[in-house]
Design a protein around this ligand. Structure first.
Ligand SMILES: NCc1[nH]cc(CCC(=O)O)c1CC(=O)O
Length: 303
């Protein structure tokens, strides 16, 4: 059997995710041989949505040029449009999708005094924080997880918000002071999930990757991404979405879109069957657009 090359970005988080994936692949396919290849990226490991998209594209190019056979992505960084020639072969079991609060003197978002400085580079987090606590100051925070933790230690910020999943995968769960509930902070579509992407027609890579597929996680993410796609909002709009799937296959999906200042937002919910995850996501997007989301997004584009 040929050696299967698993491609990853070089950040500590990407490498931790890939190590986890390759361990599971080896358990599932003891007779197969897997090799990890770090794809050199032009960016610096930063965290703006645009940089995320560049990293994704470079990994996808490495797939198409046969440099790698399975690419490991953070699902929330993957554009909703799949490039021709590639397909998502598997969505492994999802990690905690929530956002995490890490404080210095104050250990809960509710405890921060007025004027406290919160660090995040995400427009979605900024908008929701300001909607919940308009008295706080939100300041840009970029770089990889280490850089961001260091910035908190330096006293530049009173608290920072990061995806819980990233910290957990880096064995830094003990740094999390508070998990933010979806009522306060609806996660990004796909947050906490990974995607294993392969070339269309590479049946071997597809079959090997599929051993890690987790149906309920895939259905949740499918609904959330369909919502994002249905909004036609692009990666710069503050959009949150979170689906849950019950054991009996019932799916509930919450979605929201905000203005960057958090002053207006539309939030809606839909319920149905996991088997129609995509339709539910698209329908919720239509609801939100009709309830005023269209004007709200036009306002954002006009900025
Ligand atoms: N855009 C950066 C990014 N992409 C994926 C994760 C880790 C969490 C995940 O897998 O969703 C992070 C870091 C963060 O948002 O704090």
């Amino acid at each position: 059997m040929r050696v299967i090359v698993v491609g990853t970005r070089g950040s500590a988080l990407a490498l931790a995710q890939t190590r986890f994936v390759v361990e599971r692949l080896k358990e599932s396919w003891p007779e197969a041989e897997f090799k990890v290849k770090t794809v050199k990226t032009r960016g610096d490991g930063g965290a703006s949505p645009l940089e995320g998209a560049i990293f994704v594209k470079e990994l996808q190019e490495a797939l198409l040029s046969r440099e790698v056979d399975i690419a490991v992505h953070s699902l929330k960084d993957l554009p909703t449009e799949e490039p021709p020639g590639l397909k998502i072969a598997a969505v492994p079991k999802r990690q905690d999708p929530r956002d995490a609060f890490l404080g210095r003197a104050y250990k809960r978002l509710e405890d921060l005094p007025p004027g406290a400085v919160l660090g995040t580079s995400s427009v979605r987090r900024r908008a929701q924080l300001l909607a919940y606590r308009p008295d706080l100051r939100v300041k840009d925070l970029r770089g990889n997880v280490d850089t961001r933790l260091a910035a908190l230690g330096n006293g530049e910020y009173d608290a920072i918000i990061l995806a819980a999943a990233g910290l957990i995968r880096l064995d830094l769960r003990n740094r999390i002071d508070q998990f933010l509930e979806p009522e306060v902070m609806l996660p990004a579509p796909g947050q906490g999930a990974l995607a294993l992407e392969v070339r269309q027609g590479d049946d071997l890579a597809e079959e090997l990757a599929y051993a890690l597929h987790h149906h309920p996680s895939a259905d949740r993410v499918r609904a959330e991404r369909a919502f994002l796609k249905g909004l036609g909002a692009g990666c710069l709009a503050p959009v949150g979405a979170l689906a849950q799937v019950a054991e009996d296959g019932a799916l509930s999906l919450e979605g929201m879109v905000l203005t960057p200042d958090g002053k207006s937002f539309i939030r809606a919910e839909i319920e149905g069957e996991a088997a129609e995850a995509e339709e539910l996501g698209l329908e919720l997007a239509r609801d939100v657009l009709e309830q005023g989301g269209r004007e709200l997004l036009a306002q954002i584009r006009g900025v």
